[in-house]
Ligand binder design. Structure first.
Ligand SMILES: [Zn+2]
Length: 322
Protein backbone atom coordinates (compact mmCIF):
# COMPACT_ATOMS: atom_id res chain seq x y z
CA UNK A 1 0.00 0.00 0.00
CA UNK A 2 1.13 3.56 -0.48
CA UNK A 3 0.74 7.04 0.95
CA UNK A 4 -0.01 8.58 -2.39
CA UNK A 5 0.44 12.20 -1.32
CA UNK A 6 3.97 11.40 -0.20
CA UNK A 7 4.88 8.90 -2.90
CA UNK A 8 5.85 6.43 -0.19
CA UNK A 9 5.01 2.74 -0.37
CA UNK A 10 4.73 0.68 2.82
CA UNK A 11 6.32 -2.79 2.56
CA UNK A 12 5.40 -3.08 -1.13
CA UNK A 13 5.67 -6.47 -2.79
CA UNK A 14 7.02 -5.08 -6.06
CA UNK A 15 9.95 -2.75 -6.70
CA UNK A 16 9.04 0.90 -6.06
CA UNK A 17 10.68 4.30 -6.36
CA UNK A 18 10.38 5.04 -2.64
CA UNK A 19 9.40 2.58 0.07
CA UNK A 20 9.48 1.91 3.79
CA UNK A 21 10.76 -1.56 4.66
CA UNK A 22 9.60 -2.43 8.17
CA UNK A 23 11.87 -5.45 8.70
CA UNK A 24 14.01 -8.04 6.94
CA UNK A 25 11.53 -10.90 6.43
CA UNK A 26 11.41 -12.06 2.82
CA UNK A 27 7.86 -10.86 2.23
CA UNK A 28 8.77 -7.25 2.98
CA UNK A 29 11.96 -6.35 1.12
CA UNK A 30 12.56 -5.74 -2.57
CA UNK A 31 15.22 -3.89 -4.58
CA UNK A 32 13.55 -0.49 -4.33
CA UNK A 33 15.18 2.65 -5.73
CA UNK A 34 15.14 4.23 -2.27
CA UNK A 35 14.12 2.49 0.93
CA UNK A 36 13.70 3.84 4.44
CA UNK A 37 14.71 1.29 7.09
CA UNK A 38 16.86 0.73 10.16
CA UNK A 39 20.59 -0.11 9.80
CA UNK A 40 19.89 -3.51 11.43
CA UNK A 41 17.29 -4.34 8.78
CA UNK A 42 19.72 -3.46 5.99
CA UNK A 43 22.40 -5.65 7.59
CA UNK A 44 20.02 -8.64 7.63
CA UNK A 45 19.00 -8.33 3.97
CA UNK A 46 20.75 -10.53 1.44
CA UNK A 47 22.42 -8.62 -1.38
CA UNK A 48 19.69 -9.39 -3.96
CA UNK A 49 16.99 -7.83 -1.78
CA UNK A 50 18.83 -4.66 -0.82
CA UNK A 51 17.57 -1.32 -2.17
CA UNK A 52 19.65 0.72 -4.60
CA UNK A 53 19.74 3.48 -2.01
CA UNK A 54 18.87 3.23 1.67
CA UNK A 55 17.78 6.05 3.94
CA UNK A 56 18.85 4.59 7.27
CA UNK A 57 17.19 5.79 10.44
CA UNK A 58 17.82 4.61 13.98
CA UNK A 59 14.82 3.95 16.22
CA UNK A 60 13.52 7.25 17.54
CA UNK A 61 15.35 9.27 14.90
CA UNK A 62 13.28 11.67 12.78
CA UNK A 63 14.03 12.84 9.24
CA UNK A 64 12.45 14.95 6.53
CA UNK A 65 11.07 12.96 3.63
CA UNK A 66 9.58 15.27 1.02
CA UNK A 67 7.03 17.44 2.79
CA UNK A 68 6.62 15.02 5.70
CA UNK A 69 8.62 14.15 8.79
CA UNK A 70 9.13 10.44 9.32
CA UNK A 71 10.42 8.59 12.37
CA UNK A 72 10.94 4.93 13.17
CA UNK A 73 9.88 3.22 16.41
CA UNK A 74 10.63 -0.24 17.79
CA UNK A 75 8.12 -2.85 16.59
CA UNK A 76 9.32 -5.66 18.91
CA UNK A 77 9.02 -8.23 16.10
CA UNK A 78 12.70 -8.97 15.45
CA UNK A 79 16.10 -7.28 15.19
CA UNK A 80 15.71 -4.04 13.20
CA UNK A 81 11.90 -4.16 12.98
CA UNK A 82 10.30 -0.74 13.08
CA UNK A 83 6.98 1.07 13.01
CA UNK A 84 6.79 4.16 10.82
CA UNK A 85 5.29 7.44 11.99
CA UNK A 86 4.57 10.01 9.26
CA UNK A 87 3.76 13.57 10.33
CA UNK A 88 2.60 16.35 8.07
CA UNK A 89 0.88 19.63 8.98
CA UNK A 90 -0.13 18.35 12.39
CA UNK A 91 -1.55 15.02 11.20
CA UNK A 92 0.08 11.76 12.23
CA UNK A 93 -0.12 8.36 10.55
CA UNK A 94 1.35 5.25 12.19
CA UNK A 95 2.12 2.08 10.22
CA UNK A 96 2.98 -0.84 12.51
CA UNK A 97 4.52 -3.40 10.11
CA UNK A 98 4.74 -6.76 11.90
CA UNK A 99 4.31 -5.99 15.58
CA UNK A 100 4.88 -7.70 18.94
CA UNK A 101 3.59 -5.90 22.01
CA UNK A 102 4.38 -8.21 24.95
CA UNK A 103 7.88 -9.65 24.90
CA UNK A 104 9.43 -12.28 27.18
CA UNK A 105 12.44 -11.83 29.44
CA UNK A 106 11.40 -8.65 31.18
CA UNK A 107 11.68 -6.58 28.00
CA UNK A 108 9.51 -3.48 28.17
CA UNK A 109 6.27 -3.47 26.20
CA UNK A 110 6.66 -2.15 22.71
CA UNK A 111 5.75 1.56 22.65
CA UNK A 112 2.75 2.66 20.60
CA UNK A 113 3.12 6.23 19.29
CA UNK A 114 -0.05 8.36 19.20
CA UNK A 115 -1.54 8.89 15.76
CA UNK A 116 -4.65 10.17 13.97
CA UNK A 117 -4.63 7.30 11.49
CA UNK A 118 -3.32 3.80 12.18
CA UNK A 119 -2.41 1.13 9.64
CA UNK A 120 -2.09 -2.08 11.65
CA UNK A 121 -1.09 -5.64 10.76
CA UNK A 122 -3.80 -8.24 11.41
CA UNK A 123 -1.94 -11.56 11.17
CA UNK A 124 -3.74 -12.91 14.26
CA UNK A 125 -6.67 -10.51 14.06
CA UNK A 126 -9.35 -13.00 15.11
CA UNK A 127 -10.72 -13.34 18.69
CA UNK A 128 -9.68 -17.03 18.88
CA UNK A 129 -6.04 -15.98 19.01
CA UNK A 130 -5.20 -15.26 22.64
CA UNK A 131 -1.58 -16.07 23.48
CA UNK A 132 -0.58 -16.86 27.07
CA UNK A 133 1.96 -14.76 28.94
CA UNK A 134 5.18 -15.20 26.88
CA UNK A 135 7.39 -15.77 29.95
CA UNK A 136 5.25 -18.72 31.09
CA UNK A 137 5.42 -20.26 27.59
CA UNK A 138 9.21 -19.83 27.51
CA UNK A 139 9.35 -21.57 30.92
CA UNK A 140 7.28 -24.48 29.56
CA UNK A 141 9.54 -24.80 26.53
CA UNK A 142 12.61 -24.87 28.78
CA UNK A 143 11.09 -27.58 31.03
CA UNK A 144 10.15 -29.67 27.98
CA UNK A 145 13.72 -29.40 26.65
CA UNK A 146 15.36 -30.31 29.98
CA UNK A 147 13.07 -33.31 30.51
CA UNK A 148 13.89 -34.69 27.05
CA UNK A 149 17.62 -34.09 27.47
CA UNK A 150 17.54 -36.05 30.76
CA UNK A 151 16.06 -38.96 28.78
CA UNK A 152 18.81 -38.59 26.16
CA UNK A 153 16.27 -37.48 23.58
CA UNK A 154 16.98 -34.45 21.39
CA UNK A 155 14.43 -31.64 21.67
CA UNK A 156 13.84 -30.01 18.29
CA UNK A 157 12.21 -26.57 18.18
CA UNK A 158 10.81 -25.45 14.84
CA UNK A 159 10.94 -21.68 14.33
CA UNK A 160 11.60 -19.39 11.38
CA UNK A 161 15.32 -19.16 10.62
CA UNK A 162 15.41 -15.36 10.68
CA UNK A 163 14.29 -13.54 13.79
CA UNK A 164 12.09 -16.11 15.48
CA UNK A 165 14.91 -18.61 16.06
CA UNK A 166 17.23 -15.97 17.55
CA UNK A 167 14.51 -14.35 19.66
CA UNK A 168 13.68 -17.81 21.01
CA UNK A 169 17.33 -18.46 21.90
CA UNK A 170 17.53 -15.12 23.70
CA UNK A 171 14.33 -15.85 25.62
CA UNK A 172 15.68 -19.27 26.65
CA UNK A 173 19.09 -17.90 27.68
CA UNK A 174 18.33 -17.96 31.46
CA UNK A 175 17.58 -21.71 31.31
CA UNK A 176 21.15 -22.88 30.62
CA UNK A 177 20.37 -24.75 27.42
CA UNK A 178 22.88 -25.22 24.63
CA UNK A 179 21.80 -25.18 20.99
CA UNK A 180 22.61 -26.85 17.66
CA UNK A 181 21.35 -24.76 14.75
CA UNK A 182 20.13 -25.93 11.38
CA UNK A 183 22.57 -24.37 8.85
CA UNK A 184 19.81 -22.05 7.58
CA UNK A 185 19.64 -20.37 11.01
CA UNK A 186 23.39 -19.81 11.24
CA UNK A 187 23.92 -16.62 9.16
CA UNK A 188 21.16 -14.88 11.10
CA UNK A 189 22.58 -16.00 14.45
CA UNK A 190 25.87 -14.41 13.37
CA UNK A 191 24.02 -11.24 12.31
CA UNK A 192 22.34 -10.98 15.73
CA UNK A 193 25.70 -11.34 17.44
CA UNK A 194 27.27 -8.80 15.09
CA UNK A 195 24.52 -6.37 16.14
CA UNK A 196 25.65 -6.82 19.75
CA UNK A 197 22.84 -9.14 20.87
CA UNK A 198 24.17 -12.05 22.92
CA UNK A 199 22.96 -15.55 22.13
CA UNK A 200 23.42 -18.58 24.40
CA UNK A 201 26.00 -21.26 23.50
CA UNK A 202 25.36 -22.59 19.97
CA UNK A 203 27.03 -24.54 17.22
CA UNK A 204 25.97 -25.58 13.74
CA UNK A 205 24.10 -28.85 13.41
CA UNK A 206 25.97 -31.07 11.01
CA UNK A 207 23.27 -32.60 8.85
CA UNK A 208 25.46 -33.78 5.97
CA UNK A 209 24.75 -37.07 4.26
CA UNK A 210 27.24 -39.94 4.06
CA UNK A 211 30.46 -39.94 5.99
CA UNK A 212 29.41 -37.05 8.20
CA UNK A 213 26.22 -38.79 9.31
CA UNK A 214 27.48 -40.06 12.69
CA UNK A 215 28.45 -36.50 13.57
CA UNK A 216 24.87 -35.44 12.89
CA UNK A 217 23.84 -37.48 15.89
CA UNK A 218 26.84 -36.46 17.94
CA UNK A 219 26.44 -32.76 17.23
CA UNK A 220 23.05 -32.62 18.87
CA UNK A 221 24.02 -34.55 22.00
CA UNK A 222 22.99 -32.54 24.98
CA UNK A 223 21.80 -29.70 22.78
CA UNK A 224 18.46 -28.30 21.72
CA UNK A 225 18.13 -28.32 17.94
CA UNK A 226 16.60 -25.23 16.31
CA UNK A 227 15.40 -25.47 12.74
CA UNK A 228 12.95 -23.82 10.32
CA UNK A 229 9.57 -25.60 10.06
CA UNK A 230 10.02 -26.70 6.44
CA UNK A 231 12.70 -29.01 5.04
CA UNK A 232 14.09 -31.01 7.93
CA UNK A 233 16.61 -33.35 6.35
CA UNK A 234 19.18 -32.67 9.06
CA UNK A 235 16.64 -33.39 11.78
CA UNK A 236 15.51 -36.71 10.36
CA UNK A 237 19.03 -37.95 10.98
CA UNK A 238 18.62 -37.47 14.72
CA UNK A 239 17.82 -40.88 16.16
CA UNK A 240 15.90 -40.04 19.33
CA UNK A 241 14.03 -36.78 18.95
CA UNK A 242 10.82 -34.95 19.83
CA UNK A 243 9.71 -32.03 17.69
CA UNK A 244 7.76 -28.93 18.77
CA UNK A 245 6.52 -26.09 16.59
CA UNK A 246 6.85 -22.69 18.26
CA UNK A 247 4.11 -20.57 16.73
CA UNK A 248 1.01 -18.50 17.22
CA UNK A 249 -0.76 -21.31 15.40
CA UNK A 250 -0.14 -23.71 18.32
CA UNK A 251 -3.88 -23.87 19.01
CA UNK A 252 -4.47 -25.37 15.57
CA UNK A 253 -3.15 -28.99 15.66
CA UNK A 254 -3.94 -29.55 11.98
CA UNK A 255 -1.49 -26.73 11.24
CA UNK A 256 1.50 -27.98 13.25
CA UNK A 257 1.04 -31.61 12.28
CA UNK A 258 1.71 -30.52 8.69
CA UNK A 259 5.23 -29.72 9.86
CA UNK A 260 5.69 -33.13 11.47
CA UNK A 261 5.66 -31.73 15.00
CA UNK A 262 4.69 -33.81 18.04
CA UNK A 263 3.41 -30.77 19.91
CA UNK A 264 3.40 -26.97 19.76
CA UNK A 265 4.04 -23.99 22.02
CA UNK A 266 2.02 -20.77 21.59
CA UNK A 267 4.86 -18.26 21.38
CA UNK A 268 4.64 -15.79 18.53
CA UNK A 269 6.61 -12.80 17.27
CA UNK A 270 3.29 -11.10 16.50
CA UNK A 271 0.52 -9.55 18.57
CA UNK A 272 -2.46 -11.75 19.39
CA UNK A 273 -5.96 -10.45 18.72
CA UNK A 274 -6.29 -8.72 22.09
CA UNK A 275 -2.90 -7.02 21.74
CA UNK A 276 -3.97 -5.70 18.33
CA UNK A 277 -7.10 -4.19 19.83
CA UNK A 278 -4.98 -2.69 22.61
CA UNK A 279 -2.53 -1.18 20.11
CA UNK A 280 -5.40 0.40 18.18
CA UNK A 281 -6.84 1.87 21.39
CA UNK A 282 -3.48 3.07 22.71
CA UNK A 283 -2.64 4.83 19.44
CA UNK A 284 -5.71 7.00 19.91
CA UNK A 285 -6.34 6.81 16.16
CA UNK A 286 -9.76 7.94 14.96
CA UNK A 287 -9.41 5.80 11.85
CA UNK A 288 -7.78 2.39 11.51
CA UNK A 289 -6.84 0.41 8.42
CA UNK A 290 -6.08 -3.32 8.80
CA UNK A 291 -3.65 -5.20 6.54
CA UNK A 292 -2.42 -8.82 6.20
CA UNK A 293 -4.05 -11.88 7.74
CA UNK A 294 -7.53 -11.49 9.21
CA UNK A 295 -7.92 -7.89 8.04
CA UNK A 296 -11.71 -8.08 7.48
CA UNK A 297 -12.34 -9.63 10.87
CA UNK A 298 -10.09 -7.28 12.83
CA UNK A 299 -11.71 -4.25 11.16
CA UNK A 300 -15.14 -5.67 12.06
CA UNK A 301 -14.08 -6.22 15.69
CA UNK A 302 -12.67 -2.69 15.93
CA UNK A 303 -15.90 -1.22 14.56
CA UNK A 304 -17.83 -3.18 17.22
CA UNK A 305 -15.69 -1.32 19.77
CA UNK A 306 -16.59 2.03 18.26
CA UNK A 307 -13.42 2.60 16.23
CA UNK A 308 -13.81 3.42 12.53
CA UNK A 309 -11.89 0.64 10.78
CA UNK A 310 -11.54 -0.74 7.26
CA UNK A 311 -9.57 -3.61 5.76
CA UNK A 312 -7.03 -2.49 3.22
CA UNK A 313 -5.87 -4.38 0.18
CA UNK A 314 -2.10 -4.51 -0.25
CA UNK A 315 -2.27 -2.78 -3.61
CA UNK A 316 -4.44 0.06 -2.31
CA UNK A 317 -3.27 3.62 -2.11
CA UNK A 318 -4.12 5.80 0.83
CA UNK A 319 -4.81 9.42 0.10
CA UNK A 320 -4.62 10.72 3.61
CA UNK A 321 -4.24 14.15 5.09
CA UNK A 322 -0.77 13.40 6.41
ZN1 LIG B 1 7.79 -10.55 9.88
Amino acid sequence: MALVDHDLWLDPLTVRERAFVSHAHADHARRHRLAVMTPDTLALLPRHRRPHRARLLELGEAAELGAATVSLHDAGHMLGSAQLLVEHEGHRLLYTGDLKLRRPGGAPETPVPRADVLVIESTYGRPGFRFPDPDSVVGEIARWCHQLLERETTPVLLAHALGKAQELMRALAPYHLRFALDPRCVPFARAYEAAGLNLPDWEELDGQEGAAAPRARGAAEGRVVLAPPAGKRAIRRLERRRVALVSGWAQAPHFWRVFGADCAFPLSDHCDFFDLIEVAERSGAAKVYTVHGFAQELAHQLRRRGIEAHPLHLSEQLSLPV
